[in-house]
Design a protein around this ligand. Structure first.
Ligand SMILES: Cc1ncc(COP(=O)(O)O)c(C=O)c1O
Length: 385
């Protein structure tokens, strides 16, 4: 049987990971500045995390959500402690799209309304409701187009106000720092106005922290810097360091009802063991502090490179914007220097999403390689002209 061929693949086969590195089947070592799409939070194969999963699966890997599972409560308790967000309750699921899908559902149940406001360049996932509120028409099937969804320019408070005041909006959703869209952010003023408008009009504010959450920006959640309180927070990627786990935090004023949400796999024993271990390690290794420290170094060094026109993002969610499209540059970094980086819908933006335990030394390797590739590219351009 062949695989359903939807992913363009690099000709690389990683078989092992350790810290900030992955290794292919021939033992070739790659520096991971991409974290498998912002998923690797605590680093590859962290021993205590591996042990936690091994120990759990050897006892009980899975049972359904119809029995008591104290690991879910332990995860919720730790999440509150490490994140610092209070008075929310936790619903566990298995992916970012599922988290957002459930958030939309809660918002619609709570308000009795059905229209969702989203923003230009947003990416919220690929399932039915969330792809409808993702700014990419190419990934929407006719079936996905039936939802009531309105796209607005990011940072346009007036447009948001006039849409919200129409009275049929269930939720406003945004990524505080856009991931796939290219690291754009709105202003603190916009986030605060959006939160106020939502509150005044009984609209749910959903903040998508699937990519930016779990310490990646140096805060546990990216919204925390702006002093807002979302009604619903969604998360996934860094939550399991590769183990599929997602979740939503729901303001305690929103009351649950049996059957309102549900899942077979969400919150299973093995996922919880992975999730608890990730939180322990984020705390023990001071990974949020590390993200801030290393980020400052990266931004300072990047500012010295004339080809980099703009530095975007926060913590270890960084975008380096060049004057030219970066596809060739990424390939050179990967195949000539064994460094994984990311792309985005902004074709000039190199996306850096490393494991949060990365050190300055790793970025020294990156900057040396980047300078060399840029030098060679400049030579080629000079020769051609
Ligand atoms: C901000 C954001 N939300 C949601 C998703 C969807 O997550 P998943 O691919 O786990 O469904 C992604 C994935 O890249 C994302 O970046």
């Amino acid at each position: 049987m062949e695989l359903f061929d939807v992913y363009p693949l690099y000709d690389i086969t990683p078989v092992k990971g350790e810290g900030c590195y992955v290794f292919d089947e021939n033992g070739k070592k790659y520096l991971d500045l991409y974290g498998g799409h912002a998923v690797i939070s605590i680093g590859h194969s962290y021993p205590a995390y591996v042990n936690a999963i091994q120990n759990q699966v050897s006892r009980l890997g899975f049972y359904s959500n119809s029995i008591k599972n104290p690991l879910q409560k332990e995860l919720a308790h730790k999440l509150e402690k490490v994140s610092g967000v209070k008075d929310y309750s936790l619903f566990l699921c298995s992916s970012g799209a599922e988290a957002n899908e459930n958030a939309l559902k809660v918002a619609s149940f709570e308000t009795g309304k059905d229209r969702i406001i989203y923003f230009e360049n947003a990416f919220h996932g690929r399932t039915s409701g969330v792809v409808a509120i993702t700014d990419n028409e190419n990934i929407k099937a006719p079936f996905n187009l039936g939802h009531k969804a309105t796209k607005l320019a990011y940072n346009d408070t007036e447009a948001l106000q006039s849409e919200i005041e129409k009275g049929d909006v269930a939720a406003v959703i945004f990524e505080v720092i856009q991931g796939v869209g290219g690291l754009d952010e709105a202003t603190t003023e916009f986030y605060r106005s959006a939160a106020e408008l939502c509150k005044e009009n009984q609209v749910m504010l959903i903040v998508d922290e699937v990519q930016s959450g779990y310490g990646r920006t140096g805060d546990f959640f990216a919204f925390q810097k702006h002093g807002i309180r979302p009604d619903i927070i969604t998360m996934a990627k860094g939550m399991g360091n590769g183990f599929p786990i997602g979740g939503i935090l729901i303001d305690e004023n929103i009351k649950p009802k049996y059957g309102m949400l549900g899942t077979t796999f969400g919150g299973n024993h093995l996922a919880c063991a992975a999730g608890i271990s990730v939180l322990d390690i984020i705390q023990k290794e001071n990974l949020m502090e590390n993200a801030v420290e290393v980020s400052e170094y990266v931004k300072t060094e990047a500012a010295r490179i004339p080809e980099i026109k703009k530095i975007k993002g926060r913590g270890l969610m960084i975008g380096l914007e060049f004057e030219f499209e970066i596809a060739a540059l990424r390939k050179e970094l990967l195949f000539e220097h064994q460094i994984f980086t990311g792309a985005s819908s902004n074709k000039k933006l190199l996306r850096i999403l490393p494991p949060l335990n990365i050190k300055k030394e790793h970025f020294k390797i990156f900057f040396a390689a980047l300078k060399q590739v840029l030098k060679e590219q400049n030579h080629k351009v000079l020769k051609l002209s």
